[in-house]
Design a protein. Structure first.
Length: 450
């Protein structure tokens, strides 16, 4: 049986998706190693940061991807869908860095001819826009908002097909002229800037030329051939452009069901898995009902910093109202819960409804800023293993904790601490879809399956 899965975040991003997709790639190879695995990114851009820790004999090897799908760390084939904000400069850099360790990519990268390219002027425009906003979004300044504005505007979208063709210099000039007033106000001289970008991109364009594909047709060949397909989401449900916390969100459609339309695949052929961090976190601006001052130390001890911007992530109590809606919107078949080790030895309360004005509700309103969390009377606590308080650097504690984590994995789901098992049972009842995996460490393999 081929593995066909789409994996998305159920909170505000940084749920630990990269770790879970890494596990699922390994799973696909175990199920049938004779088939290829293609790993596809379907939205977002280098605003995402995907961190993977690979256990080796001498310690953990850290790998971070932004523009490249993180399957790059497992030597899979790679696909870039038409809705991605594709940053060629960062992509080539990440692929080159990975090449030494992870092999040759000739013939194994497919970029949709439709995909728009994200270039430096998108970043300049991102800063221009954020400066002018009275309500700051807290963007990662990767150019994402202006990029999707160009896609929607239509003529200012430079497709990957344009990018690798001889049309590129003229297309670039047209678009820079379109944004001339904004770019000049940010100190750019259009003639010089255009030349500068052409010079930077000429070698990259040559390098990427062979990766242009009519992706929707190529993916059908993977389906027919019985190959594995894993689709990775970036960011998380509450940053979705339509279903997130408007206007504090990113600019792409990032629900699982959006993946299928853009890639020409059918939801019927796929399992959808959601990733949930026990405690939600948020970087950038915008409301987070269960945010609590006393939890910020959990974030600090767990190294909760943005992989792209280095900003500190705000931490909140588990919010099942939020998760239940995310499960509905994504049509999630099963949930992977992460950072269960970081959450040990603390009493967790759980938000099961909100109070808005005088009304109680279990629905997420458009404006979350006035929603007060109402916590269930029951609280949960578990202890997995004895560990130092500061787990912010996984590489430092790996030697000490790897054997302890391994014992828990060996013992299996039924032998997890009682408090955790109760938490999972109650969570399943409330949310309506089951937790199917419990991540108890940052490294590949540190996962208890249900
Ligand atoms: P932008 O997508 O860079 O414009 O940022 C918009 C909002 O989404 C900001 O609050 C960012 O911090 C947040 N954001 C964007 N990408 C990610 C991500 O991959 N993880 C978490 N937050 C993100
Ligand atoms: Mg991230």
């Amino acid at each position: 049986m081929a593995v066909r899965e789409c994996i998305v975040g159920l909170e505000w991003g940084d749920e630990g998706k990269a770790k879970i997709v890494d596990e699922r790639i390994a799973h696909a190879k175990r199920v049938n190693g004779n088939k290829r695995v293609i790993f596809i990114r379907f939205q977002g851009g280098p605003n995402a940061g995907h961190t993977i820790y690979i256990p080796t004999e001498t310690g953990l090897k850290k790998f971070v991807a932004h523009a490249a799908p993180c399957g790059i760390a497992s030597n899979t084939d790679l696909g870039i869908g038409p809705s991605v904000a594709f940053d060629p400069e960062k992509f080539v850099k990440e692929v080159d860095e990975a090449k030494a360790t992870f092999g040759d990519y000739t013939g194994r990268i497919m970029i949709s001819e439709r995909t728009g390219v994200l270039l430096d002027y998108h970043r300049v425009l991102d800063m221009y826009q954020e400066q002018r906003r009275s309500h700051k979004v807290g963007t990662t300044a990767s150019g994402i908002g202006p990029f999707y504005m160009c896609n929607a505007e239509r003529t200012t979208r430079i497709t990957f097909a344009d990018y690798v063709s001889d049309k590129f210099p003229d297309r670039l000039r047209e678009v820079l002229d379109w944004f001339k007033p904004q770019l000049e106000s940010m100190g750019k001289n259009i003639d010089d800037y255009c030349q500068e970008l052409i010079t930077i991109h000429n070698p990259i364009r040559k390098n990427l030329k062979d990766f242009k594909e009519r992706l929707e047709y190529r993916l059908q060949e993977y389906i027919k051939g019985g190959h594995h397909i894993i689709i990775e989401g970036a960011q998380g449900t509450y940053l979705d452009v339509d279903m997130g916390t408007i206007p504090d969100q990113t600019s792409s459609h990032l629900l699982a069901q959006d993946a299928f339309s853009g890639l020409g695949l059918s939801r019927r052929d796929f399992k959808i898995y959601g990733v949930e961090k026990v405690y939600p976190t948020r970087v950038g601006n915008g409301p987070m009902p269960t945010l609590a001052e006393e939890l910020q130390e959990v974030g600090a001890n767990s190294g909760e910093k943005g992989a792209t911007t280095g900003r500190v992530r705000r931490v909140g109590y588990p919010d099942w109202v939020l998760i239940k809606r995310a499960v509905l919107l994504n049509d999630v078949d099963g949930i992977y819960i992460t950072r269960v080790d970081n959450a040990q030895d603390r009493n967790w309360k759980v938000c099961t409804q909100y109070k808005i004005g005088d009304c109680l509700t279990k629905e997420i309103p458009l404006d979350l800023s006035n929603a007060k969390p109402i916590y269930d009377a029951k609280t949960y606590e578990w202890h997995l293993f004895n560990a130092p308080k500061d787990l912010s650097d996984p590489e430092k504690v790996d030697k000490q904790l790897r054997p302890l984590r391994s014992n828990i994995i060996q013992a299996g789901f039924d032998n997890l601490p009682e408090g955790l098992l109760k938490y999972i049972k109650k969570h399943n009842n409330y949310v309506g879809r089951p937790i199917i995996g419990i991540s108890i460490g940052p490294a590949r393999g540190e996962l208890v399956s249900v």
